[in-house]
Design a protein around this ligand. Structure first.
Ligand code: GLV
Length: 314
């Protein structure tokens, strides 16, 4: 029976590819869901759910009609010429992933606001020393990137009493949230933010946006949290800002090269906290439902909300 169904193929280097296959088979029973490499006949492949897929997939599947990313950031797919411009490309927007990221950002904010960073360093030196701190209501957090993820972070931080402001490249009005846009707006947000949280898409406009100029605009002793992409950050500028005390800590979940190479100085910097791209791991069970809906919408000829705008780059 499966032999007559169109094929949805899953291609990812992640070690949970089989979990994705199973979840998609359940969420999209109208497809024969196969791991790439086990797809019986490439001509039957009409849809794919991918993360860093092999180029061959696109060359070998003449009837491919839709490409769905297994994560939120799609710059790695946009950089690939095989992902032809006429192929609808969708990014994953999954409420569970959004919640995971918002909670991670809240944890990072509390980590710095309550100075867990300092106490961790003190413990290593067996130093018993208490530090007063500003309360949440006195702490302004700037969220860079006001898409689904940034808005969820802003809402959760506000529910926890923080003062939150936001920045996006293009102007965006959001109820109850002070927002800025453009490059002047970026400096304005940085200058007001004790903590900056970046959840931007990686595009030509946002590459290297977290640089020395931005850190110079921040209040002395500020903190940076980055969960966008490694290429948003200029690591040398960050380390210089940390060394001069301009910034007092950074929590990074993303890096230009992942895994972060063993000899990268970020591993050893006492004020840098390295997470292995784990802030919002895609979740097969709920992600598969969102992916199935997106693929169905495209095949019905509709325009799903999470369709990537290739001009915009996300
Ligand atoms: C993770 O970083 C993603 O883009 O989903």
């Amino acid at each position: 029976m499966a032999a007559s169904l169109p094929v949805l193929t899953v291609a990812t280097p992640w070690d949970n590819a089989e979990a994705w296959r199973t979840a998609l088979a359940e969420a999209a029973p109208e497809f024969d869901v196969r791991l790439w490499g086990e797809a019986p006949d490439p001509a039957r492949v009409v849809a794919c759910a991918v993360w860093h897929p092999p180029a061959l997939l696109f060359e070998r599947c003449p009837n491919l009609r839709v490409v769905h990313a297994l994560g939120a950031g799609v710059e790695h797919l946009l950089q690939r010429s095989e992902v032809r411009p006429d192929l609808p490309l969708l990014r994953l927007v999954d409420p569970v992933m959004t919640e995971r990221l918002a909670q991670w950002a809240l944890a990072g904010t509390l980590f710095f606001q309550r100075r867990f960073d300092r106490y961790l360093r003190q413990q290593r030196e067996r130093r018993w020393l208490r530090h007063d701190h500003e309360d949440a209501g006195e702490t302004t957090v700037g969220v860079l990137g006001l898409g689904v993820m940034g808005r969820a972070i802003a809402a959760l931080l506000r529910r926890n009493g923080f003062q939150v402001i936001g920045w996006s490249r293009l102007p965006k009005e959001l109820p109850g949230l002070g927002t800025w846009s453009g490059s002047d707006g970026l400096r304005a947000v940085a200058s007001r933010s004790a903590i900056l949280i970046a959840v931007l898409p990686l595009t030509g406009d946002t590459r290297s946006i977290l640089d020395g100029d931005l850190f110079a605009a921040m209040p002395e002793g500020g903190f940076l949290i980055n969960a966008g992409r490694g290429d948003h950050l200029v690591p040398a500028d960050l380390m210089a800002a940390l060394d001069t005390g301009r910034l007092d800590g950074a929590l990074l979940d993303v890096f230009p090269v992942e895994p972060l190479p063993a000899d990268d100085p970020l591993w050893h910097h006492p004020k840098v906290f390295v997470h292995p791209h784990a802030a919002a791991i895609s979740n097969p069970r709920t992600g598969a439902i969102a992916i199935a809906e997106g693929i169905r919408a495209v095949l019905r000829g509709e325009r799903p909300a999470n369709l990537v705008d290739r001009e915009r780059g996300y």
